[in-house]
Design a protein around this ligand. Sequence first.
Ligand code: F6R
Length: 363
Amino acid sequence: DKGGHKYFMAKEIGEQPLAIGDTLAEYLREGTPGVTLPEGLDFSAVSRITMVACGTAYYACLTAKYWFEQLARLPVEVDIASEFRYREPPMPEGSLAVFVSQSGETADTLAALRHVAGQGVKVASVVNVPESSIARESDVVLPTRAGVEIGVASTKAFTCQLTVLAAMAVRAAADRGTLTEDRMAQVMAALRAVPGAVNQALSLASDIAGIAAELAEAQDVLFLGRGALFPMALEGALKLKEISYIHAEGYASGELKHGPIALIDPNVPVVVLAPMDRLFDKTVSNMQEVMARGGKVLLVSDGPGLERASDGVWKWLRMPQVDPVFAPIAYAVPVQLLAYHTAVAKGTDVDQPRNLAKSVTVE
Ligand code: F6R
Protein backbone atom coordinates (compact mmCIF):
# COMPACT_ATOMS: atom_id res chain seq x y z
CA ASP A 1 0.00 0.00 0.00
CA LYS A 2 1.59 3.24 -1.15
CA GLY A 3 -0.56 5.29 1.21
CA GLY A 4 -1.75 7.62 -1.54
CA HIS A 5 1.76 8.17 -2.91
CA LYS A 6 2.76 7.50 -6.48
CA TYR A 7 5.75 5.43 -5.39
CA PHE A 8 6.87 3.58 -2.28
CA MET A 9 9.97 5.74 -2.28
CA ALA A 10 7.87 8.89 -1.71
CA LYS A 11 5.99 7.17 1.10
CA GLU A 12 9.21 5.97 2.69
CA ILE A 13 10.85 9.40 2.47
CA GLY A 14 7.80 10.84 4.22
CA GLU A 15 7.88 8.18 6.93
CA GLN A 16 11.32 9.21 8.13
CA PRO A 17 10.36 11.38 11.12
CA LEU A 18 8.33 8.46 12.52
CA ALA A 19 10.86 5.79 11.62
CA ILE A 20 13.70 7.79 13.17
CA GLY A 21 11.56 8.49 16.24
CA ASP A 22 10.82 4.76 16.63
CA THR A 23 14.50 3.97 16.20
CA LEU A 24 15.54 6.59 18.75
CA ALA A 25 13.02 5.23 21.23
CA GLU A 26 15.03 2.01 21.19
CA TYR A 27 18.17 3.84 22.38
CA LEU A 28 16.85 6.77 24.43
CA ARG A 29 14.82 5.18 27.22
CA GLU A 30 12.55 7.15 29.46
CA GLY A 31 13.91 7.32 32.96
CA THR A 32 17.43 6.29 31.86
CA PRO A 33 19.89 9.10 31.18
CA GLY A 34 22.07 8.94 28.10
CA VAL A 35 22.04 6.29 25.39
CA THR A 36 21.00 2.70 26.16
CA LEU A 37 22.74 0.05 24.05
CA PRO A 38 22.10 -3.68 23.93
CA GLU A 39 23.98 -5.65 26.54
CA GLY A 40 27.52 -6.62 25.64
CA LEU A 41 28.52 -3.36 23.99
CA ASP A 42 30.78 -1.17 26.10
CA PHE A 43 33.09 1.31 24.46
CA SER A 44 35.50 1.63 27.38
CA ALA A 45 37.18 -1.56 26.18
CA VAL A 46 37.25 -0.53 22.51
CA SER A 47 40.33 1.14 21.03
CA ARG A 48 39.36 1.22 17.35
CA ILE A 49 36.38 0.56 15.13
CA THR A 50 36.20 -1.07 11.72
CA MET A 51 32.97 -0.42 9.84
CA VAL A 52 31.95 -2.40 6.78
CA ALA A 53 28.97 -2.12 4.43
CA CYS A 54 27.89 -1.65 0.79
CA GLY A 55 26.33 1.23 -1.13
CA THR A 56 24.19 3.61 0.85
CA ALA A 57 24.89 1.73 4.09
CA TYR A 58 28.59 2.34 3.42
CA TYR A 59 27.88 6.08 3.27
CA ALA A 60 26.16 5.82 6.65
CA CYS A 61 29.43 4.32 7.97
CA LEU A 62 31.51 7.08 6.38
CA THR A 63 29.33 9.67 8.12
CA ALA A 64 29.63 7.85 11.44
CA LYS A 65 33.42 7.94 11.18
CA TYR A 66 33.23 11.72 11.70
CA TRP A 67 31.03 11.24 14.76
CA PHE A 68 33.08 8.51 16.45
CA GLU A 69 36.27 10.42 15.85
CA GLN A 70 35.02 13.85 16.89
CA LEU A 71 32.81 12.90 19.80
CA ALA A 72 34.52 9.79 21.20
CA ARG A 73 38.09 10.27 19.89
CA LEU A 74 38.03 6.71 18.54
CA PRO A 75 39.95 5.87 15.38
CA VAL A 76 37.61 4.45 12.74
CA GLU A 77 38.32 2.61 9.52
CA VAL A 78 35.51 2.27 6.99
CA ASP A 79 35.50 -0.18 4.14
CA ILE A 80 33.35 -1.40 1.29
CA ALA A 81 32.47 -5.03 2.05
CA SER A 82 33.59 -6.41 -1.31
CA GLU A 83 37.06 -4.91 -0.81
CA PHE A 84 37.35 -5.72 2.86
CA ARG A 85 36.66 -9.41 2.55
CA TYR A 86 39.44 -10.10 0.09
CA ARG A 87 41.96 -7.72 1.61
CA GLU A 88 41.68 -9.74 4.82
CA PRO A 89 42.87 -6.87 7.02
CA PRO A 90 44.31 -7.70 10.44
CA MET A 91 42.13 -6.86 13.44
CA PRO A 92 44.25 -5.72 16.40
CA GLU A 93 43.08 -6.42 19.92
CA GLY A 94 40.49 -3.90 21.12
CA SER A 95 38.87 -3.70 17.69
CA LEU A 96 35.12 -3.55 17.38
CA ALA A 97 33.74 -4.51 13.97
CA VAL A 98 30.45 -2.89 12.95
CA PHE A 99 28.47 -4.16 9.95
CA VAL A 100 25.62 -2.05 8.61
CA SER A 101 22.92 -3.51 6.38
CA GLN A 102 19.25 -2.81 5.82
CA SER A 103 18.44 -6.30 4.59
CA GLY A 104 20.99 -8.12 6.73
CA GLU A 105 21.50 -10.45 3.76
CA THR A 106 23.98 -8.61 1.53
CA ALA A 107 26.43 -11.31 0.44
CA ASP A 108 29.61 -9.27 0.61
CA THR A 109 28.77 -7.77 4.00
CA LEU A 110 27.94 -11.20 5.40
CA ALA A 111 31.19 -12.66 4.04
CA ALA A 112 33.16 -9.77 5.57
CA LEU A 113 31.45 -10.43 8.91
CA ARG A 114 32.41 -14.11 8.76
CA HIS A 115 36.00 -13.19 8.02
CA VAL A 116 36.15 -11.02 11.16
CA ALA A 117 34.16 -13.32 13.44
CA GLY A 118 36.65 -16.08 12.64
CA GLN A 119 39.36 -13.95 14.28
CA GLY A 120 37.55 -13.66 17.57
CA VAL A 121 36.75 -9.94 17.18
CA LYS A 122 33.54 -8.58 18.71
CA VAL A 123 30.95 -8.16 15.96
CA ALA A 124 28.13 -5.64 16.15
CA SER A 125 25.60 -5.12 13.41
CA VAL A 126 23.11 -2.39 12.58
CA VAL A 127 20.30 -4.09 10.68
CA ASN A 128 16.70 -3.40 9.74
CA VAL A 129 15.70 -7.06 9.52
CA PRO A 130 16.26 -8.58 12.99
CA GLU A 131 15.93 -12.19 11.85
CA SER A 132 18.46 -11.76 9.02
CA SER A 133 21.70 -13.72 8.57
CA ILE A 134 23.90 -10.77 9.54
CA ALA A 135 21.89 -10.25 12.75
CA ARG A 136 22.01 -13.95 13.62
CA GLU A 137 25.77 -14.13 13.24
CA SER A 138 26.57 -10.99 15.25
CA ASP A 139 27.50 -10.78 18.93
CA VAL A 140 25.45 -7.61 19.38
CA VAL A 141 22.52 -6.49 17.20
CA LEU A 142 21.54 -2.83 17.03
CA PRO A 143 18.20 -2.67 15.27
CA THR A 144 16.93 0.14 13.09
CA ARG A 145 13.16 0.49 13.35
CA ALA A 146 12.57 1.76 9.83
CA GLY A 147 9.83 -0.77 9.11
CA VAL A 148 9.69 -2.58 5.79
CA GLU A 149 11.45 -0.69 3.00
CA ILE A 150 10.14 -1.56 -0.45
CA GLY A 151 11.66 1.07 -2.75
CA VAL A 152 14.95 -0.28 -4.10
CA ALA A 153 16.67 3.01 -3.30
CA SER A 154 17.25 3.09 0.43
CA THR A 155 15.85 6.16 2.21
CA LYS A 156 14.32 5.62 5.63
CA ALA A 157 16.59 2.67 6.37
CA PHE A 158 19.56 4.94 5.67
CA THR A 159 18.51 7.75 8.01
CA CYS A 160 17.67 5.17 10.69
CA GLN A 161 21.15 3.66 10.27
CA LEU A 162 22.60 7.15 10.73
CA THR A 163 20.46 7.60 13.84
CA VAL A 164 21.67 4.36 15.44
CA LEU A 165 25.29 5.19 14.58
CA ALA A 166 24.87 8.69 16.05
CA ALA A 167 23.48 7.17 19.26
CA MET A 168 26.41 4.73 19.37
CA ALA A 169 28.90 7.57 18.98
CA VAL A 170 27.26 9.49 21.82
CA ARG A 171 27.39 6.42 24.03
CA ALA A 172 31.03 5.86 23.06
CA ALA A 173 31.78 9.45 24.10
CA ALA A 174 30.04 8.84 27.43
CA ASP A 175 31.88 5.54 28.05
CA ARG A 176 35.20 7.15 27.22
CA GLY A 177 34.53 10.47 28.98
CA THR A 178 35.57 12.54 25.99
CA LEU A 179 32.96 15.32 26.21
CA THR A 180 32.35 17.99 28.84
CA GLU A 181 29.03 17.80 30.63
CA ASP A 182 27.79 20.83 28.69
CA ARG A 183 28.76 19.44 25.31
CA MET A 184 27.24 16.07 26.18
CA ALA A 185 23.95 17.81 27.04
CA GLN A 186 24.04 19.66 23.69
CA VAL A 187 24.79 16.50 21.75
CA MET A 188 21.98 14.61 23.48
CA ALA A 189 19.62 17.48 22.66
CA ALA A 190 20.83 17.38 19.04
CA LEU A 191 20.07 13.65 18.89
CA ARG A 192 16.56 14.14 20.25
CA ALA A 193 16.00 16.97 17.76
CA VAL A 194 16.69 14.78 14.70
CA PRO A 195 13.09 13.64 13.95
CA GLY A 196 11.85 17.23 14.14
CA ALA A 197 14.61 18.51 11.87
CA VAL A 198 13.90 15.76 9.34
CA ASN A 199 10.22 16.61 9.48
CA GLN A 200 10.95 20.28 8.76
CA ALA A 201 13.21 19.34 5.86
CA LEU A 202 10.33 17.40 4.29
CA SER A 203 8.47 20.67 3.77
CA LEU A 204 11.00 21.48 1.02
CA ALA A 205 9.36 18.90 -1.25
CA SER A 206 7.45 21.31 -3.48
CA ASP A 207 10.43 23.68 -3.92
CA ILE A 208 12.55 20.67 -4.78
CA ALA A 209 10.04 19.38 -7.31
CA GLY A 210 10.37 22.70 -9.16
CA ILE A 211 14.16 22.55 -9.18
CA ALA A 212 14.14 18.86 -10.16
CA ALA A 213 12.16 19.62 -13.33
CA GLU A 214 15.21 21.60 -14.47
CA LEU A 215 17.74 19.15 -13.05
CA ALA A 216 16.13 16.44 -15.19
CA GLU A 217 17.61 18.17 -18.27
CA ALA A 218 21.18 17.75 -17.03
CA GLN A 219 23.62 15.11 -18.30
CA ASP A 220 25.90 15.36 -15.29
CA VAL A 221 25.46 16.68 -11.76
CA LEU A 222 28.07 17.24 -9.06
CA PHE A 223 27.43 17.12 -5.33
CA LEU A 224 29.82 18.82 -2.91
CA GLY A 225 30.11 18.68 0.86
CA ARG A 226 32.76 19.00 3.54
CA GLY A 227 33.27 17.13 6.78
CA ALA A 228 30.36 14.87 7.63
CA LEU A 229 28.46 16.34 4.66
CA PHE A 230 30.99 14.81 2.26
CA PRO A 231 29.45 11.32 2.56
CA MET A 232 26.06 12.96 1.98
CA ALA A 233 27.41 14.36 -1.30
CA LEU A 234 28.35 10.79 -2.26
CA GLU A 235 24.88 9.60 -1.28
CA GLY A 236 23.24 12.41 -3.29
CA ALA A 237 25.15 11.34 -6.38
CA LEU A 238 24.34 7.64 -5.86
CA LYS A 239 20.63 8.29 -5.39
CA LEU A 240 20.44 10.48 -8.49
CA LYS A 241 22.32 7.94 -10.60
CA GLU A 242 20.34 4.95 -9.52
CA ILE A 243 16.82 6.27 -9.98
CA SER A 244 17.08 9.05 -12.59
CA TYR A 245 19.99 7.55 -14.59
CA ILE A 246 21.68 10.96 -14.68
CA HIS A 247 25.42 10.72 -14.23
CA ALA A 248 26.43 12.28 -10.93
CA GLU A 249 29.53 12.43 -8.75
CA GLY A 250 30.00 13.43 -5.15
CA TYR A 251 33.20 15.15 -4.03
CA ALA A 252 34.68 16.58 -0.90
CA SER A 253 34.47 20.33 -1.56
CA GLY A 254 38.19 20.80 -1.06
CA GLU A 255 39.00 18.13 -3.63
CA LEU A 256 37.33 20.00 -6.49
CA LYS A 257 40.41 21.92 -7.55
CA HIS A 258 42.41 18.69 -7.80
CA GLY A 259 40.61 17.60 -10.94
CA PRO A 260 36.82 17.69 -11.13
CA ILE A 261 36.67 21.48 -11.48
CA ALA A 262 37.59 20.82 -15.13
CA LEU A 263 34.04 19.52 -15.59
CA ILE A 264 32.40 22.79 -14.58
CA ASP A 265 30.39 24.58 -17.22
CA PRO A 266 26.89 26.08 -17.28
CA ASN A 267 25.39 22.68 -18.11
CA VAL A 268 26.65 20.92 -14.99
CA PRO A 269 24.54 21.77 -11.95
CA VAL A 270 26.50 21.64 -8.70
CA VAL A 271 24.61 20.83 -5.51
CA VAL A 272 26.41 22.25 -2.47
CA LEU A 273 25.46 20.84 0.95
CA ALA A 274 26.57 23.42 3.49
CA PRO A 275 25.01 23.88 6.91
CA MET A 276 26.41 26.84 8.84
CA ASP A 277 29.22 25.12 10.73
CA ARG A 278 32.89 25.72 11.34
CA LEU A 279 33.70 24.65 7.77
CA PHE A 280 31.04 26.81 6.12
CA ASP A 281 33.34 29.55 4.81
CA LYS A 282 35.69 26.99 3.32
CA THR A 283 32.84 25.30 1.45
CA VAL A 284 31.57 28.67 0.27
CA SER A 285 34.95 29.55 -1.16
CA ASN A 286 34.90 26.25 -3.12
CA MET A 287 31.39 27.11 -4.28
CA GLN A 288 32.61 30.50 -5.47
CA GLU A 289 35.31 28.80 -7.51
CA VAL A 290 32.50 26.92 -9.27
CA MET A 291 30.51 30.09 -9.88
CA ALA A 292 33.55 31.94 -11.20
CA ARG A 293 33.77 29.27 -13.93
CA GLY A 294 30.15 29.68 -14.98
CA GLY A 295 28.87 26.74 -12.94
CA LYS A 296 25.32 26.87 -11.65
CA VAL A 297 25.00 26.18 -7.97
CA LEU A 298 22.12 24.83 -5.94
CA LEU A 299 23.01 25.83 -2.38
CA VAL A 300 21.41 23.78 0.40
CA SER A 301 21.97 25.62 3.67
CA ASP A 302 20.18 27.09 6.67
CA GLY A 303 18.97 30.67 7.25
CA PRO A 304 22.31 32.08 8.45
CA GLY A 305 24.19 30.26 5.69
CA LEU A 306 21.91 31.56 2.95
CA GLU A 307 22.11 35.08 4.31
CA ARG A 308 25.87 34.92 4.10
CA ALA A 309 26.35 33.15 0.79
CA SER A 310 23.34 32.89 -1.50
CA ASP A 311 24.29 35.85 -3.73
CA GLY A 312 24.67 34.73 -7.31
CA VAL A 313 23.66 31.11 -6.82
CA TRP A 314 21.32 29.46 -9.34
CA LYS A 315 18.89 28.12 -6.70
CA TRP A 316 18.87 27.64 -2.95
CA LEU A 317 16.99 25.55 -0.41
CA ARG A 318 16.47 26.70 3.16
CA MET A 319 17.06 23.92 5.68
CA PRO A 320 16.14 24.16 9.35
CA GLN A 321 18.92 25.38 11.62
CA VAL A 322 20.25 22.48 13.65
CA ASP A 323 23.30 21.67 15.78
CA PRO A 324 25.88 20.92 13.07
CA VAL A 325 26.87 17.64 14.73
CA PHE A 326 23.95 15.59 13.37
CA ALA A 327 23.07 17.89 10.46
CA PRO A 328 23.89 15.15 7.92
CA ILE A 329 20.75 13.23 8.93
CA ALA A 330 18.49 16.17 8.07
CA TYR A 331 20.47 16.90 4.88
CA ALA A 332 19.71 13.38 3.65
CA VAL A 333 16.16 14.58 3.01
CA PRO A 334 16.78 17.22 0.29
CA VAL A 335 19.25 14.82 -1.31
CA GLN A 336 16.59 12.07 -1.48
CA LEU A 337 13.87 14.45 -2.65
CA LEU A 338 16.08 15.84 -5.41
CA ALA A 339 16.74 12.35 -6.75
CA TYR A 340 13.11 11.35 -6.37
CA HIS A 341 11.58 14.36 -8.11
CA THR A 342 14.20 14.32 -10.86
CA ALA A 343 13.37 10.68 -11.54
CA VAL A 344 9.64 11.45 -11.54
CA ALA A 345 10.26 14.31 -13.99
CA LYS A 346 12.17 11.90 -16.22
CA GLY A 347 9.48 9.24 -15.94
CA THR A 348 11.73 6.42 -14.76
CA ASP A 349 10.52 3.53 -12.61
CA VAL A 350 11.44 5.01 -9.25
CA ASP A 351 10.75 1.94 -7.09
CA GLN A 352 12.31 -0.58 -9.47
CA PRO A 353 15.24 1.11 -11.21
CA ARG A 354 16.71 -0.86 -14.08
CA ASN A 355 19.39 -3.47 -13.34
CA LEU A 356 19.01 -3.19 -9.54
CA ALA A 357 17.70 -5.53 -6.86
CA LYS A 358 16.61 -4.66 -3.35
CA SER A 359 18.76 -7.26 -1.69
CA VAL A 360 22.08 -8.23 -3.25
CA THR A 361 22.64 -11.81 -2.14
CA VAL A 362 25.24 -12.62 -4.77
CA GLU A 363 28.81 -11.36 -4.99
C1 F6R B 1 21.13 2.43 -2.65
C2 F6R B 1 20.93 1.15 -1.97
C3 F6R B 1 22.06 0.18 -1.94
C4 F6R B 1 22.12 -0.54 -0.59
C5 F6R B 1 23.20 -1.65 -0.61
C6 F6R B 1 23.33 -2.34 0.73
O1 F6R B 1 20.01 3.24 -2.56
O2 F6R B 1 19.87 0.89 -1.47
O3 F6R B 1 23.28 0.81 -2.21
O4 F6R B 1 22.36 0.38 0.42
O5 F6R B 1 22.89 -2.59 -1.60
O6 F6R B 1 22.18 -3.01 1.09
P1 F6R B 1 21.93 -3.51 2.55
O7 F6R B 1 21.83 -2.29 3.43
O8 F6R B 1 20.66 -4.30 2.52
O9 F6R B 1 23.12 -4.35 2.94
